[in-house]
Design a protein around this ligand. Structure first.
Ligand SMILES: [Zn+2]
Ligand SMILES: [Zn+2]
Length: 285
């Protein structure tokens, strides 16, 4: 089984619609794919309606969290999307995205960059607006050569000249919300140091005690040494380890299925979840 548990569609900052994404996932030979847009489940209905035979959809979301001033992402799988407390928190985070993007645009204007809200809104389309959309606008304007070049202290990296923090959930609160909604929580790319400061191992240990299910180990932002270290840490803490592409369509370089999750781990995630269940494509496995 080929299982990719972390992807983004146009419901957040990916470039494929949810329907395109599941078709590409099937074409890439995946058996199961998780749609984990930032702070929203908005893409799930379209992905489900377009789900090809033979592909199973794992519903999920990637939550924006902050611990001691450090931004971190938490993947939540197979939770009940209608559970009110968790739904309210996702809406709070998402509603903060527009004023935050507008704030970053204002800072860029102060820095002499002629970026406009109209331009960023056009790039974001129906998606939850975020930094990658602003980064794409900076590429369009010729300010930086690639989206990745915008994620530097000079521009949009955490603490960068044009960066503005957003509302982010305390990860211990996120764990409580995810579990109350019947979901399973996996700390996304916990050691992706290129994105900014990462939380210490001691914090991962505390999260494990608080109910974290696993950590994402095989991810493009982790080098082989980091993966080995994280695997050891997970073993020590009794955490599951996942692998996934963090696919964003053409906005990032990773491809669907570039990293995969072990079928046994996938089985354990689906066994623990009580809020929702993986959905096989019509006529599929
Ligand atoms: Zn992430
Ligand atoms: Zn992601």
């Amino acid at each position: 089984m080929r299982i990719d548990l972390h992807t983004h569609s146009t419901a957040s900052d990916g470039t494929d619609t949810p329907a395109e994404l599941v078709r590409k996932a099937a074409a890439a030979g995946l058996d199961a794919v998780a749609l984990t847009d930032h702070d929203t489940t908005r893409g799930h209905a379209e992905a489900l309606s377009a789900l090809p035979a033979g592909l199973t959809l794992v519903t999920g979301a990637e939550l924006s969290c902050r611990l001691d001033g450090i931004s971190m992402h938490m993947l939540a799988y197979l939770f009940d999307p209608a559970e009110p407390a968790f739904l309210a928190e996702r809406e709070l985070v998402r509603d903060d995205r527009v004023p935050r993007a507008q704030g970053m645009i204002a800072r860029l204007n102060e820095l002499g960059v002629p970026i406009t809200w109209e331009q960023v809104a056009r790039i974001a389309g129906d998606g939850s607006v975020g930094r990658p959309h602003i980064a794409s606008a900076l590429v369009e304007l010729g300010v930086v050569p690639t989206v990745n070049d915008a994620f530097t202290p000079q521009w949009l990296a955490d603490g960068g000249r044009a960066h503005m923090p957003k509302h982010e959930t305390d990860p211990f609160e996120a764990l409580r919300l995810v579990r109350n909604a019947g979901g399973v929580a996996v700390f996304a790319h916990p050691a992706a140091s290129k994105r900014g400061r990462t939380v210490p191992e001691s914090a991962i240990a505390e999260l494990a005690v608080a109910g974290l299910d696993g950590i994402e180990v095989d991810h493009m932002d982790h080098d082989p040494d980091t993966r080995a270290r994280l695997r050891g840490l997970a073993k020590e803490l009794g955490l599951l380890t996942t692998g996934s592409s963090d696919y964003h369509g053409s906005r990032k370089t990773c491809v669907l299925g570039e990293f995969l999750t072990d079928p046994e781990v996938y089985g354990e995630i689906t066994r623990r979840a009580t809020g929702a269940f993986p959905v096989p494509g019509a006529g599929g496995a």
